[in-house]
Write a protein that binds this ligand. Structure first.
Ligand SMILES: Cc1cc2nc3c(=O)[nH]c(=O)nc-3n(C[C@H](O)[C@H](O)[C@H](O)COP(=O)(O)OP(=O)(O)OC[C@H]3O[C@@H](n4cnc5c(N)ncnc54)[C@H](O)[C@@H]3O)c2cc1C
Length: 399
């Protein structure tokens, strides 16, 4: 493990102080509240983060962020991952982070003025609308949503679901087929910026996921685009570059997710150990005296440390050589860390017994929400196949 710079050490210390003083108490007092009730409380915290100079920590200084490398931001993401509220409070939440990054990289000055700056200031939210219920999202090149030129506009028609955070978002980045004739299936779709108040944008429902409909930023929406007309100037980047742009956001995005999951693991681990230290299963015998629990403590410690090393190493590879060159390592961490997250959460819940099933701790919330970690941004099986394909090349086997 490389040593931390003084700057990073200072930033992490300040974030930890803010988490202790402001975020955990808020999490405790608002558990189970609707998004709408939470928003004013979160806004107050967001103003404090801005005043502390820790706002949008993932961005370069030129865009108002902390100017960290991806590996250093990974450490920040781990800290924030310890509470379900923190990434939002620091304006570093998915999917806005990814949308900020692609708007910085590919947005025209007019697009940046209208969509990016309000997003950076935290005045609006956004969503990313690619997956369609009728097609396998793990191979999104097969897509029915189209954007057809008409005069100076694009007219979009299509059906999407799992458009996270669409409820209340100001705009969607929509993947739509613009070049059906292109030889490569990867060159057929484009990304188009669609304000959600455009006629023809219809949010059908917030999908109930693991028993919760969520709302606002926590929503996963089904959306229909019906003759939805936006100016051609809303095209992001080149026509046909939709997948190339999507790919760019996925590498760093997976580092952010993995480090967030490690933050969840650390908090669940601490809760498991603290509970095992005081819950007596016989007079004078706390749970920690039982070997099964000791095994879980030791295995979880080893797995979380291994996961962190792998993710930080992958982040450094991306910092040095870019996301494309590091794509196999990115696939390794995506399924590996998602699996460890499930195991650590499961052990922490089991250790807490019935209390682990309640919403009196964040464990059950994470267990419901983070099961999806093995599915979104590429299901486990897709990443494992990619890794195996690369490995087997050396043995002359083409998979
Ligand atoms: C909580 C959550 C949030 C999401 N947020 C967004 C969002 O904001 N925007 C958006 O556009 N999408 C979003 N998605 C959608 C997500 O990207 C897709 O669910 C994912 O790509 C998988 O696609 P699918 O669900 O259609 O599964 P399918 O592609 O139908 O696959 C089903 C299952 O088949 C197996 N499988 C698939 N391919 C292979 C293979 N090659 N080899 C072996 N097995 C395979 C896997 O087990 C997979 O889980 C989100 C999903 C979830 C659950």
């Amino acid at each position: 493990m490389t040593t931390m710079t003084d700057t990073l050490h200072d930033i992490l210390g300040r974030i930890q102080g803010f988490m202790d003083d402001e975020v955990y108490p808020l999490e405790e007092s608002t558990r189970g509240q609707d998004w709408a009730d939470l928003v004013p409380l979160l806004e107050e915290k967001r103003e404090r983060v801005k005043a502390l100079g820790l706002w949008t920590p993932h961005l370069s200084e030129a865009w108002g962020g902390l100017g960290l490398t991806l590996a250093d931001f990974g450490r920040v993401s781990e800290q924030l991952g310890r509470s379900p509220l923190a990434h939002y409070i620091f304006n570093a939440q998915a999917p806005d982070v990814g949308n900020m990054e692609i708007l910085i990289e590919h947005g025209s000055p007019a697009q940046q003025e209208r969509f990016l700056w309000p997003l950076l200031r935290g005045e609006i939210r956004s969503c990313f609308s690619m997956t369609e219920p009728e097609h396998a999202g793990s191979n999104p090149v097969v897509m029915s949503t189209t954007a057809v030129k008409d005069g100076s506009d694009y007219v979009l028609n299509g059906h999407k679901w799992f458009t996270t955070a669409a409820d209340g978002a100001a705009f969607a980045v929509v993947m739509a087929v613009t070049n059906p004739e292109a030889e490569s299936p990867y060159a057929r779709a484009s990304q188009i910026l669609v304000p959600t108040d455009t006629r023809g944008f219809r949010l059908v429902r917030n999908i109930s996921v693991m028993g919760e409909e969520g709302g606002g930023w926590a929503s996963h929406a089904e959306v229909v685009y019906e003759d939805c007309r936006v100016p051609q100037a809303n095209l992001l980047g080149r026509e046909g570059a939709g997948f190339a742009i999507a790919q760019e956001r996925l590498g760093p995005g997976r580092i952010h997710h993995c480090m967030r999951w490690i933050g969840i693991c650390e908090r669940a681990f601490e809760m498991m150990c603290a509970y095992a230290a005081h819950r007596e299963v016989a007079p004078g015998k706390p749970l920690a005296t039982r070997q099964t629990i000791q095994n879980w403590i030791a295995e979880s410690r080893a797995e979380i440390d291994a996961a962190r090393l792998l993710v930080l190493d992958t982040a450094r590879q991306i910092d040095d050589a870019g996301a494309y060159a590091s794509r196999i390592s990115v696939s390794v961490i995506k399924f590996f860390v998602a699996g460890i997250l499930q195991q650590v959460l499961d052990r922490a819940i089991q250790t807490h017994g019935a209390l682990g099933m309640t919403d009196d701790t964040p464990l059950a919330y994470w267990f419901r929400h983070e099961r999806a970690a093995r599915i979104y941004d590429g299901p486990d099986e897709v990443h494992k196949a990619r890794v195996a394909r690369q490995v087997m090349k050396a043995y002359g086997v083409k998979l």
